[in-house]
Design a binder for this molecule. Structure first.
Ligand code: 5AD
Ligand code: SF4
Length: 449
C-alpha cells in the first residue's frame, strides 16, 4: 500500500508504561511511521500492557478480540496489520500470548523497545516474533534521541531513571516482569532532561518501580543517590519542578528526606506505599517494614517538610487477612491522613509466592473492605482539598480545560487546578487563588504575581 505507514498505540497501567509508550512512539516516528487515533487506519497496532493485577491482563485480551475484527476487515480490503504486544504482559507471558491470541504478530518485552522498528519489519514480512530477552545492550543508548518537537509539547513529563525491583514483595510480579533493579547513569538522565526542557517541559517526574533506591553512576564514576540526582537536575535552567515515584519506605534515605526541605524545586508531594497495616500481613508480604516503622518515617518526613502531601498504595484481602488485620490498615490511614491514595483488592499473580498461599479472602469480603477503605480515603482527600480553599498556589498550566477559556494545571501537591486563563499561559507557572474544592480537584483565579 502507498502513503505513510501509521501506528496506533494504546497504553495500559502505570506511568512507566506511559513513558515507554512515548519512547516507542518516537522510535517508530524515526522509522517513518505517524501516529493515528483511528485503529482502522493503523498498519501497526501496539498494546503496551500491564500485568500487575488480573483485571489489567483481562482488558488486554478483550481489546485483542476487537482488534482481531479490525485486522480481518482490513485484510478483506487488502491491507495488512501488524499487531504488537509490548510491556509487562509481553514479558510475563511471551509466546503464550500468541498461542492464546494468534492475531498477535509481535511480542516485545520492556527491555527491547529499541529493537521495535526492526522487529516490526520482520513481522511485516509474515514472521511471528517473540522477543522477551533481557539484552546485553542498554536500550536507552539505542533509542533515538529525544528530538525537539515542531510545536510546544506538554509542560510536564515523565523520565524513567530506574527500572526493575529487587524487593520481591510476595504479591508482586514486577521483579519478574521488569527484572532486577537497574539505575540509568546520571549524565544520560541529565542529557534527556535538558532535551525535554528544550521542548518546553517545566516539570519532571522521575520514574522507577523503586525510584528511591536509585544509585546510578555519577560523572565521577561513583553511585549517586536519588537526592543527589535531584540536586543536579535542579540546576538545569528552565526546569522548575521535580517529583519522583514510586518509593519504598525502606529506601527513604535521610538525604532524600532532607531534599524535601533543601531542594526548592522538589515538590511537597510523596507517593509512599505501605500496602497493609498489620505487621503479620506486612511480614507475609515481605515488605521488610512494620506499621510502626512506616508511621515513624512519616513523622520524620513531616518534621522536615510539614506541608508535604502524602499518597500511598494499599492492598486489601491479602491471603489470610482477618477483620482485625484489615482494621489495622484503617488505623494507619487514620493516623497518617493521606492527600490521595490508590487501593486495590488483592489479585493472585501466577508465579508470585503469595499466589500459593492458603486462606484466600472471599471476593465479597475483599470488596466490602475495599469500599470501607475507599470511603475513608475519599473523605481524607476531600478534606485535604477543602483545606486549600483561600490559599494561593503556584500552578503549572498543562492543558485546556473542558470549558471554553479554562486551563487546567497542577498545584505543588499534585491536585488538578481549574482556572479561567488564556491558552498563551500554557506551560507557565502562575499564582492561583483557590476559591473552591471538589473531592478530586480545585478551582481558582489567576492573581498577579
Ligand atoms: N494484587 C493487588 N494489588 C497489587 N499491587 C501490586 N501487585 C498487586 C496484586 N497482586 C498494587 C500494590 C502496588 C501497586 C502498584 O499495585 O499496591 O504498590
Ligand atoms: Fe512490587 Fe513495589 Fe514490592 Fe517492588 S517494592 S516488589 S515493585 S510492590
Amino acid at each position: 500500500m502507498t502513503g505513510q505507514r501509521k501506528f496506533y498505540l494504546k497504553t495500559f497501567g502505570c506511568q512507566m508504561n506511559v513513558y515507554d509508550s512515548e519512547r516507542m512512539g518516537e522510535a517508530l516516528a524515526a522509522d517513518g511511521f505517524t501516529a493515528t487515533d483511528d485503529i482502522g487506519q493503523a498498519d501497526l497496532v501496539v498494546l503496551n500492557t500491564c500485568h500487575i493485577r488480573e483485571k489489567a491482563v483481562e482488558k488486554v485480551y478483550s481489546d485483542l478480540g476487537r482488534i482481531n475484527q479490525v485486522k480481518r476487515q482490513r485484510a478483506g480490503e487488502g491491507r495488512g496489520t501488524v499487531v504488537a504486544i509490548t510491556g509487562c504482559v509481553a514479558q510475563a507471558e511471551g509466546a503464550e500470548i500468541v498461542a492464546r491470541a494468534p492475531q498477535v504478530d509481535l511480542v516485545v518485552g520492556p527491555q527491547s523497545y529499541h529493537r521495535l522498528p526492526d522487529l516490526v519489519r520482520r513481522a511485516r514480512k509474515g514472521e511471528q516474533v517473540v522477543d522477551t530477552e533481557f539484552p546485553e545492550e542498554d536500550k536507552f543508548e539505542h533509542l533515538p534521541e529525544r528530538a525537539p518537537r515542531p510545536t510546544a509539547g506538554p509542560a510536564a513529563a515523565f523520565l524513567t531513571v530506574q527500572e526493575g525491583c529487587d524487593k520481591f514483595c510476595t504479591f508482586c510480579v514486577v521483579p519478574y516482569t521488569r527484572g532486577m533493579e537497574i539505575s540509568r547513569p546520571v549524565t544520560q538522565i541529565e542529557a534527556e532532561a535538558r532535551r525535554l526542557v528544550e521542548r518546553g517541559v517545566r516539570e519532571l517526574t522521575l520514574l522507577g518501580q523503586n525510584v528511591n533506591a536509585y544509585h546510578g553512576d555519577g560523572p565521577d564514576g561513583r553511585p549517586h543517590s536519588l537526592a543527589r540526582l535531584l540536586g543536579r537536575l535542579a540546576e538545569i535552567p528552565g526546569l522548575e519542578r521535580l517529583r519522583y515515584m514510586t518509593s519504598h519506605p525502606r529506601d527513604m534515605g535521610s538525604d532524600l528526606i532532607a531534599a524535601h526541605r533543601d531542594n526548592s524545586k522538589l515538590m511537597p508531594y510523596l507517593h509512599l506505599p505501605f500496602q497493609a497495616g498489620s505487621d503479620r500481613i506486612l511480614a507475609a508480604m515481605n515488605r521488610k517494614h512494620t506499621a510502626a516503622d512506616y508511621l515513624r518515617l512519616v513523622e520524620q518526613i513531616r518534621q522536615t517538610r510539614p506541608d508535604i502531601a502524602l499518597s500511598t498504595d494499599i492492598i486489601v484481602g491479602f491471603p489470610g487477612e482477618t477483620d482485625a488485620e484489615f482494621e489495622a490498615t484503617l488505623d494507619v490511614v487514620r493516623a497518617v491522613g493521606f492527600a490521595q491514595a490508590y487501593s486495590f483488592k488483592y489479585s493472585p499473580r501466577p508465579g508470585t509466592p503469595a499466589a500459593s498461599l492458603d486462606a484466600p479472602v472471599s471476593t465479597e469480603i475483599a470488596a466490602s473492605r475495599l469500599t470501607r477503605l475507599q470511603t475513608l480515603l475519599g473523605e481524607q482527600q476531600a478534606s485535604f482539598n477543602a483545606e486549600c480553599v483561600g490559599k494561593v498556589f503556584p500552578v503549572l498550566f498543562e492543558r485546556a480545560g473542558r470549558h471554553e477559556g479554562q486551563l487546567v494545571g497542577r498545584s505543588p501537591y499534585l491536585q488538578p487546578v481549574h482556572a479561567t486563563a488564556e491558552s498563551s499561559l500554557l506551560g507557565q507557572i502562575l499564582p492561583v487563588a483557590i476559591s473552591s474544592a471538589s473531592p478530586f480537584s480545585l478551582a481558582g483565579t489567576v492573581v498577579a504575581a
